[in-house]
Design a protein around this ligand. Sequence first.
Ligand SMILES: [Fe+2]
Length: 324
Amino acid sequence: MENHTEIAYAYKCAAFPYSEYNQEMVSGNLKVTRLAGALGAEVKGMPLADVDAAQVDIVKSLLLEHQVLFFPDQFLGVDAHVNLGRYFGILESHPNLNNPYTEHPEIFELAASHGGVADEWHSDISFQANPSIMSILNMIKCPDVGGDTLWSSTYAAYEGLSAPMKDLLDGLTALHDAAPHCKPDITAIHPVVRIHPETNRKAIFVNEHFTRRIVELSHQESRLLLEYLIGWIASPRFTVRYHWQQGAIAIWDNRCTQHYVLSDFDEERIIQRVTVMGDNPRPAGPPRWEPFTRTEVTGATSRFDQQLNKHLGREVNTLASNKK
Ligand SMILES: [Fe+2]
């Protein structure tokens, strides 16, 4: 345990973004292996079924450094999974899907075959005012081939932008909604660039799945910029791809990563997830511009402002000729 505590301390002191070790770090039973340049590490030698607070501190430090962690061969039961999640904060089950685990409301289970997975880049539950801080996934059953998950570092994606683009994005906000869960009326506005509360690094916080509109831009400008950013975040150099084995646990930080599940399998794929809630995205800077919406109905394109006007509580003036 002493080793674990020392390692945790060393991680807290380590300069971000790069580790002092290049690929692999071994201390006692703990072995940490980086899987890609931008993010991701596999951790062996730490049974998660009976962790204590000191070991959780190590996991937290490793997560801050690597953004997504993989723990193979854990085979956690439902109780152990929930107990692990509770070390990190308040858990919430998925708000928009039925939960088969009524005795464990914190567990969200998704069973799929022939696809049926989230094959769009996203951070979990970003449509809520206080979205998810992190997620812990338990791979119950997975295909031999296919069904991999990719994560992208939104730190690395932000840091790879030009100075003028960073400057623009720092002053913008974006509207997110739960339309992918058939609930488009659940909306939230978050900064386009956020500052991670623990590392103070900037990260892009718009995603393909839940982000609808950049608030301060016109519909057309927003569409172009979102399309660019979504493609940029998906650049292979910012990503890590994980091929699952049954019994593996993955823990990721939703504040600085997005993920994408490949819908390329024909066998059964069952995951269980607990989600740590309570995030409060902190903007990179103060608001610089007013929302760009038209409250007068001037033509067919006015419909693109309807959702944002509704979220902002702006009353729309319909032309008299359109009321007939
Ligand atoms: Fe997800």
